[in-house]
Design a protein around this ligand. Structure first.
Ligand code: ATP
Ligand code: MG
Length: 725
């Protein structure tokens, strides 16, 4: 069989990794050296040459977007369906396992995922109920404590140092919190991983089954795995599985969230016969960019050390712009981007990377003004918006009324005379008798424990949920969503708000119904036994936001340095290069290696650039309401001057620019629409139809399609999964 297409575009070292015959493989190499490419080719090699069944392979990456790309690239190489392959994030895979084996994992069938905001809310409530002072015991800190413990695989009973009053208090909260979650069938993100690990520990037969089936485990971005993820992979591999990991210690940027770069070293120790492959040739960046990045990262003490070179040309120097203030910085970047577009280049060639999400706003304003289409990754995500979560909470209650987080969210939304006093009373009863809020409310009702008015109101709420559940059980998902919004009368809650905000909320609710309408149960969820509603709710919690930025979007990309990991762009701006902002103030003050982590983040940012890298900082920046004089980032000083070219500000730009109101239309006219008006498109559920019009832009783009089978429908483009015909 001719397999040259799997090896042709690889160098010697890359081929060695892809074709490894036995044992485990560790590819340890710098940015842009082709690690992800090697991993994809390895997948294809296993199937095509080693004849491994696609069912026997598990590949883990860092984001759902990366997983999608990996699946697509493997499919292109193989020209066969990649459906049976298990490709996903650790969280996604853990979730799937728990759905398939909920009983063995000790979960109710209808367990729900608790997102980070709901987790914090629940903790705040517990802390208050305990009569503790929130100023001293903030919910956010409890959340950090609990998640960090879970990431280490620890339940409350495993935690030591209970003689320490602070630790013992947090352990107490951890215990109460976990009891709540267990009663309500709620699983937070860290719990997904921990339960999946416990599944291996406590169900040897199941583990054995998966060990026999999944013989090949592949992990990208291995430097950012945490203890529990590493332990999970190790258990699954056992003594028969073969593990193939790729990573770069210089790009470990999630230490603050529990990632352990030491796992790279542990791997060599814990697994026998590891073949280590080092890749030294960089294929991404020009010489100047690469050398500058190498010089910067050389300032870190704790490194495994490596040498990266490129056969490409030196390219342009790195540009450094000293802005008068943050407005001037944004203006400069957007002007330059405009020139890039004028010279015939694409908008999605450009990326603006920043340290903190708040920095995006000003760039958005200037991009809007110039009518340059853009997309922000990781802003407030659709499924995290208040009204969307409110509406989803009703659906969650239909599935599982014991979902305390959902119940608490909407029991009095819209106002139905169930005041804080009544809710506290229910909570107290729940706590005392170890029940969920739903159970406690029912019990109080049957025992006549409520005052008359409160009792009537609570009974009405319970009836509402039960009626909805009964009536809607055979409805389509779209109708259930619409039904939940109508029956709950959620609209009444927002009508009190300022007009503009209210309209946005209504619009988002319509989008939510559209998204539900067009939702197709993914094959793997069907296989895991999920119905549409369960699948949709899990999708909302797990994959929120990542549907943004489809490949047809020709938009400038705005994102944090953290979310740029693994990506590449011809033109990269790293903005806000000021001490205190980047490196971040916290890391400067904290001695424990945090500064080195920031430097790695800087290295990640720089190595995203293929042709041109631009750094900028402002001399004065308005932050938290006051103007501060800023010092350029120490990272700029660490880049040898020979790679830098200073761009002088234009004199006129020294005038602070007066902010204009953004125009209501986001992005340039048709650039975001993948279809023509009148074009025939196919929808997986509704069949073929004709595009009649578009509305909105970015992730809000909606398309009006006339389907002969069912009539005209508005669909959210990002979810509709339309194919051109
Ligand atoms: P990162 O550390 O940023 O995740 P990486 O090591 O995963 O980077 P890739 O993204 O796989 O690197 O590759 C970087 C770029 O180099 C990609 O555009 C890839 O297609 C290209 N590339 C990798 N190997 C080769 C090769 N042998 N020949 C030509 N191009 C290559
Ligand atoms: Mg990569």
């Amino acid at each position: 069989m001719d397999v040259s297409h799997l090896l042709d575009e690889l160098n010697e070292a890359q081929r060695e990794a892809v074709t490894a015959r036995d044992g485990h493989v560790l590819v340890l190499a710098g940015a842009g050296s082709g690690k992800t490419r090697v991993l994809v080719h390895r997948l294809a090699w296993l199937i095509q040459v080693d004849h491994v069944s696609p069912l026997g392979i598990l590949a883990v990456t860092f984001t759902n977007k990366a997983a999608g790309e990996m699946r697509e690239r493997t499919g292109q190489l193989l020209q066969v369906s990649t459906r049976p392959l298990w490709i996903g994030t650790f969280h996604g895979i853990a979730h799937r396992l728990l759905r398939m084996h909920w009983k063995e994992a000790g979960l109710p069938e209808q367990f729900q995922i608790l997102d980070s905001e709901d987790q914090q809310r629940l903790l705040r409530r517990i802390i208050r109920d305990e009569g503790m002072d929130e100023a001293h015991w903030p919910a956010r800190q409890a959340q950090w404590f609990i998640n960090a413990r879970k990431d280490e695989g620890e339940r409350p009973q495993h935690i030591e140092h209970l003689d320490h009053p602070v630790t013992s208090t947090w352990v107490h909260i951890y215990r109460l919190y976990q009891d709540y979650c267990n009663r309500g069938g709620l699983v937070d993100f860290a719990e997904l991983l921990l339960r999946a690990h416990e599944l291996w520990l406590e169900q040897p037969d199941l583990l054995d089954h998966y060990r026999k089936r999944l013989r090949h485990l592949l992990v990208d971005e291995f430097q950012d795995t945490n203890s529990i993820q590493y332990a999970w992979i190790r258990m699954l591999a056992g003594s028969t599985g073969r593990v193939f990991v790729v990573g770069d210690d210089d790009q470990s940027i999630y230490g603050w969230r529990g990632a352990k770069v030491e796992n790279v070293q542990l791997f060599g120790r814990d697994f026998p016969d590891v073949m280590t492959v080092r890749l030294e040739q960089n294929y991404r960046s020009t010489g100047n960019i690469l050398d500058a990045a190498n010089a910067l990262i050389a300032h870190n003490q704790s490194r495994m050390g490596k040498n990266l070179w490129t056969a490409g040309e030196s390219g342009k120097l790195i540009q450094l712009y000293t802005a008068f203030n943050e407005q001037d910085e944004a203006r400069f970047v957007v002007d330059q981007l405009q020139q890039w577009l004028d010279s015939g280049r694409r908008a999605d060639d450009g990326a603006i990377l920043y340290r903190t999400t708040a920095q995006s706003r000003l760039f958005e304003e200037y991009l809007l003004r110039e009518n340059i289409p853009y997309r922000v990754y990781g802003g407030q995500r659709f499924f995290e918006r208040t009204e969307v979560k409110d509406a989803l909470a009703y659906l969650r209650l239909l599935l599982n009324p014991n979902d305390d987080a959902a119940l608490e969210r909407v029991i009095n939304k819209p106002a139905r005379a169930i005041g804080e006093k009544t809710v506290s009373f229910i909570r107290l009863q729940a706590r005392e008798s170890g029940l969920t809020l739903w159970q406690a409310a029912n019990e109080c009702l049957s025992q006549g424990k409520f005052a008359t008015r409160a009792g009537t109101a609570v009974a009405a709420f319970i009836r509402l949920i039960e009626d909805m559940r009964e009536r809607m059980k055979d409805w389509t998902l779209g109708n259930q969503m619409q039904g939940a919004i109508d029956d709950s009368n959620l609209a009444a809650h927002y009508e009190k708000e300022p007009r503009e905000r209210m309209e946005t909320r209504f619009e988002n609710l319509r989008e939510l119904v559209n998204a539900a309408d067009a939702f197709i149960l993914p094959q793997e969820d069907a296989e895991a036994g999920l119905d549409e509603l369960q699948s949709f709710l899990s999708h909302a919690a797990l994959e929120a936001g990542e549907t943004q930025g489809e490949s047809w979007d020709d938009c400038v990309q705005l994102m944090t340095l953290h979310s740029a990991k693994g990506l590449e762009f011809p033109l990269v701006y790293m903005v806000g290069m000021e001490d205190g902002l980047f490196p971040h103030q916290r890391s400067v003050e904290d001695a424990a290696g945090r500064l080195e982590e920031e430097r790695r983040l800087c290295y990640v940012g720089m190595t995203r650039a293929r042709e041109q890298l631009v750094l900028s900082y402002a001399e004065i920046r308005r932050m938290h309401g006051s103007e501060n004089f800023c010092r350029p980032s120490r990272f700029i000083d660490e880049i040898p001057a020979e790679y830098l070219e200073e761009i002088r500000p234009r004199t006129s730009s020294r005038q602070p620019w007066v902010s204009a109101r953004p125009s209501p239309v986001r992005g340039g006219a048709n650039t975001e629409w993948p279809f023509r008006l009148g074009q025939v498109v196919a929808h997986p559920k509704f069949g073929e139809g004709t595009v009649m019009s578009f509305e909105g832009s970015g992730e809000h783009t909606r398309v009006h399609v006339n389907f002969p089978a069912i009539g005209a429908k508005w669909l959210v483009l990002a979810y509709a999964n339309l194919q051109a015909r």
